[in-house]
Design a protein around this ligand. Structure first.
Ligand code: AMP
Length: 217
């Protein structure tokens, strides 16, 4: 297989991570989630960890320089040779240019890139993220309405305590949506101009969306 990079675009809660994982399994290439990489760093008791925590907990983007450094370090690991999937990077046009730089630096040239924009309304995003609960212990995902645990507040897998992600509160969700809208139009336009964009309706079942993506890429 030629090295291929698939980039998922869409608002928070649009299912980028879920669709990225499905594609990852199918193709046997890694998914790189910027949000996960940042949450890993955030846990550390370091200057960098504290800087990231301040931004992420407020629903603000970390600086382009920092995002580029983190993504560069991850892409240069040796599991990306056959391609990879990006979830949450780039999030704006300036980061698209930074990604070009990283790809040229790591691979010597630009690989084939395909962006998949998962469209979901703001109302749906608020419903999905507001009800999301995550196990403190094993990281399993639940939703109070769509995927409730058997016992309220308790993980089915490990009986850990279920919590709301710090940035899934109403106020921070609103802020994350504003960040998204501020940057998304020009980012989508950038991919369109490169002839690298497909769009899918994200308000359907996970399987339907997955099939649609497989048909289009
Ligand atoms: P996510 O898990 O994708 O919703 O990301 C969680 C948070 O991480 C975002 O609200 C931002 O604070 C930060 N973040 C994720 N991706 C980026 C990025 N590409 N650039 C800057 N900050 C980011």
């Amino acid at each position: 297989m030629n090295r291929k990079v698939v980039i998922f675009l869409g608002p928070p809660g649009s299912g980028k991570g879920t669709q990225a994982e499905l594609l990852s399994e199918k193709w046997g290439v890694p998914t790189i989630s910027m949000g996960d990489l940042l949450r890993e760093e955030k846990k550390k008791d370091t200057e960098l960890g504290r800087t990231i925590k301040e931004k992420v907990d407020q629903g603000e983007l970390v600086s382009d320089d920092l995002a580029q450094q983190i993504i560069h370090k991850r892409i240069e690991q040796d599991d990306t040779g056959s391609g990879f999937i990006l979830d949450g990077f780039p999030r704006k046009e300036s980061q698209l240019r930074n990604l070009d730089e990283v790809l040229r630096d790591v691979f010597g040239s630009l690989p084939s890139v395909q962006a998949v924009y998962i469209k979901v309304s703001d109302e749906e995003v608020k419903r999905r993220l507001g009800g999301r609960r995550i196990c403190d212990n094993c990281g399993a995902n639940y939703h109070i309405e769509f995927k409730p645990p058997q016992k309220e507040g308790v993980c089915d897998v490990c009986e850990g305590e279920l919590r709301q992600r710090g940035d899934d509160t109403e106020e921070v969700i609103q802020k994350r949506l504003e960040e998204f809208h501020e940057h998304n139009t020009s980012l989508v336009e950038g991919f369109k101009q490169r002839d690298q964009l497909v769009t899918v309706d994200g308000e359907r079942s996970i399987e339907e969306i997955h099939r649609d993506i497989m048909d289009k890429i």
